[in-house]
Design a binder for this molecule. Structure first.
Ligand code: ATP
Length: 298
């Protein structure tokens, strides 16, 4: 096995509309997300020991990338030599940007490349068993997700240009707790409301009018429950607005806060704003396929 590396890009939900709970206990969703150049680095190489290992400083407990490697071996029949995955985290942990899912998807891409198996359908199927956010991260790029997030429609990319200011908030929120708080507060949409949101989104994401960001549809239904559970989010939203962002919003289920800077000079404006917001990082969207494995530099 030669050493391989891959980017594991973070996900940004440009809109996230939450509807009723389905029979399986999961909420219906309508969301459009992009992958970002804010990405973890994942490296696959032969293990020093006789078993697979995952090294991921900053993340305690079971690692989703290990589960991905395990699932890949079980489902593909790959019996390659024991492997070591080394993950360098840049995506805020438990921040609502699907970092664990990104690492798991990168681990699947790397393992498939090491095995010499090119079977995107198998990868997506394995990804679906690992978590709701993993399948879209296998391919990356802009995606419309519906159902409970498992029905994926890749959208033409790149969409409209923009830059992002990513502001980590010193707290960890579990997605489950934020959805439960949304139910408690009664902020989820009914079926009719969710269908209306879906219709509006679909009008904006077709070819040749990828006008989602300018349409007023940038919104996150999980923002209110996340702010209730984590009041520190409010200050971060204010700092992002003060830095000149066109939209300030919570990332996914939070608590990370995002500023979107629209237009071709958005990435430049986001980079210029970053030093004025403590802890902020500037990022920009990445097209599908940007996380493809490549040989590790010598
Ligand atoms: P979710 O919305 O699924 O809660 P998130 O984007 O908010 O995800 P993640 O960074 O994916 O947050 O982390 C969620 C949890 O998953 C963390 O508490 C962490 O312990 C665990 N985890 C497992 N593997 C990883 C990984 N490779 N990177 C980050 N967290 C991981």
């Amino acid at each position: 096995m030669t050493a391989l590396v891959a980017l594991a890009p973070a996900k940004v939900n440009l809109c996230l509309f939450v509807g009723p709970v389905r029979a399986d206990g999961r909420h219906e969703l309508v969301t459009v997300f992009d992958t970002l150049d804010l990405a973890d680095d994942v490296r696959l190489e032969p293990a020093a020991d006789s078993h697979d290992e995952v090294v991921c400083p900053g993340v305690e407990g079971p690692n989703l990338a290990r589960a991905a490697l395990h699932a890949w071996r079980a489902r593909s029949g790959w019996d390659g030599a024991p492997a070591r995955l080394t993950i360098t985290k840049r995506i805020p942990v438990a921040g609502g940007m699907a970092g664990g899912s990104a690492d798991a998807a990168a681990a699947l891409r790397l393992a498939a490349a090491a095995a010499g198996i090119d079977d995107p359908a198998l990868l997506e199927e394995i990804a679906g068993g690992l978590g709701a956010d993993v399948p879209a991260q296998v391919r990356g790029g802009r995606v419309l997700a519906t159902g409970a997030g498992e029905i994926l429609r890749p959208l033409p990319g790149p969409g409209e240009p923009y830059g992002v200011l990513v502001v980590p908030v010193e707290a960890r929120l579990s997605a489950g707790a934020v959805y439960a708080e949304a139910d408690r507060l009664g902020t989820v949409r009914d079926a009719e409301g969710l269908a209306a949101a879906r219709g509006a989104v679909e009008e904006e994401v077709g070819i040749p009018a990828p006008g989602l960001l300018a349409s007023g549809l940038v919104a996150n239904d999980l923002e209110v429950p996340a702010r209730v559970l984590c009041p520190a989010i409010d200050g971060a939203l204010e700092r992002v607005r003060a830095a000149g962002a066109d939209h300030a919003l919570v990332a996914g289920s939070g608590p990370t806060v995002l500023g979107l800077f629209l237009g071709a000079d958005g990435p430049r404006r986001a980079r210029a704003a970053a030093p004025s917001v403590p802890g902020a990082l500037a990022a920009a969207p990445l097209p599908a396929g940007a996380g493809a494995p490549r040989p590790a530099p010598a």
